[in-house]
Design a protein around this ligand. Structure first.
Ligand SMILES: Cc1ncc(COP(=O)(O)O)c(C=O)c1O
Length: 389
């Protein structure tokens, strides 16, 4: 074996020994509520398809129709010839829905976070983030070359302290709903804090958009915070909207600045226009079918009620992300395996995705689940917890 090959093999073997090896598991075409993995039909609690839109017939047809009309690909970056009227139309619809002046499409939420932070902060500046921020926000700060300061989770005084120590232009970036914990950031306090200290607030609402708020506008609507209070907001389309892609929404000046300076916008191919057509259809369903959010809320309440009764160690989350906190990697992995034998697909989340000593099962609830599946999951979880927890 060459040096490289033996080094790679040793690294992988070490991860396997620690129970931290990540492996791909190709699935069949169905996802939620039932997924086909390794030839077995499992009830899927591992998808972020919170409203069940990923396989909605109207969205599928829009995607196919979009491809017939616009072709398979955009053919260039937005600033060359990739920006179609389909992209522009969806941007307008989204900006109106989110009550913002403008929206700008990015291929992924990861790229949107890199783009917005890199455009607003650079060498000599400071990016302040919650300790549990999503990897893309952390990477965005590192890539921006600004100094990264992190505060204890959801701790406003610690955030204030970081701002006090920060140099240059100061950006405070946070998840609105924390992706592995499901709790909601103290956004009203962060709005206040950034206003008092003249810092710029960037909110990543990947998991709130479409789910939270009476009309699905997201975490700001849920908390009664006006759109104009948050200068830069990221929403993603691979979760509640069930499709793919992301956007930054905000003022006209912000969006024009991103068009000029966001490297993950400028130096990449525009996503396929057919996707923009599908996104328009998904957003129309999301707006028309409030029952999906209501059903999801019922599932969340039911899951938490039953799980508490069974003594499961839940996190303080009111969103569809419901972690069962276990601590040790081997316990999380053993429970996930046992659940799979019972017909439930529930992923074990391990470091480095979550901090050392905080391995967990991450349950994602969806409006596509049936009540009996939630009840069944809690029974299976309780049995697995008795066996291993
Ligand atoms: C909070 C948060 N932000 C950003 C992303 C990245 O979004 P995308 O999957 O569209 O790249 C994710 C998850 O994937 C996330 O959980």
């Amino acid at each position: 074996m060459t040096d490289l090959q033996s080094r790679l093999a040793a690294g992988l073997a070490a991860r396997t020994r620690l129970g931290l090896r990540r492996e791909l598991r190709p699935r069949g075409p169905d996802s939620v509520p039932r997924v086909d993995v390794n030839g077995r039909r499992l009830i899927n609690f591992a998808a972020n398809d919170y409203l069940g839109l990923a396989s909605h017939p109207r969205v599928n047809e829009a995607l196919a129709g979009g491809a017939k009309r616009w072709g398979a690909g955009a053919g260039a970056s937005h600033l060359l010839s990739g920006h179609t009227r389909a992209h522009a139309a969806f941007e307008k619809t989204l900006a109106d829905f989110l009550e913002c002046e403008r929206a700008l499409l990015f291929s992924t939420g990861y790229m949107a976070n890199l783009g917005v932070i890199g455009a607003l902060a650079g060498r000599g500046d400071s990016v302040i983030e919650d300790r549990l921020s999503h990897a893309s926000l952390l990477d965005a700060a590192v890539l921006s070359r600004a100094r990264l300061l992190r505060y204890a989770h959801a701790d406003i005084e610690a955030a204030r302290n970081c701002l006090g120590r920060a140099a240059g232009r100061r950006l405070l970036a946070t998840d609105a709903v924390f992706s592995m914990d499901g709790d909601i950031a103290p956004l009203a306090n962060l709005v206040q804090l950034t206003r008092e200290t003249d810092a710029v607030l960037v909110v990543d609402d990947a998991h709130g958009f479409g789910v939270l708020g009476n009309s699905g506008r997201g975490t700001l609507e849920h908390l009664g915070i006006g759109s104009a209070e948050v200068p830069a907001r990221v929403v993603t389309f691979g979760k509640a909207l069930g499709v793919f892609g992301a956007a930054v929404v905000g003022s006209r000046n912000l969006i024009e600045t991103l068009v000029n300076h966001a490297r993950t916008y400028v130096y990449t191919t525009a996503f396929p226009p057919a996707l923009a057509v599908a996104l328009g259809a998904a957003l129309a369903v999301l707006r028309a079918e409030d029952w999906r959010r209501e059903k999801l809320r019922e599932h969340i309440a039911r899951f938490r009620d039953r799980a508490r009764t069974r003594g499961l160690p839940l996190a303080d989350s009111s969103t569809p992300i419901q972690p069962v906190l276990l601590g040790q990697v081997d316990i999380a992995v053993a429970m996930a395996r046992l659940l799979e034998t019972q017909g439930y697909y529930v992923p074990a989340i391990r470091p480095p995705t979550v901090p050392e000593g905080s391995a967990r099962l991450r349950i994602s609830l969806s409006a596509a689940h049936e009540t009996a599946q939630i009840e069944g999951l809690v029974c299976a979880l309780a049995q697995a917890f008795d066996a291993h927890g």
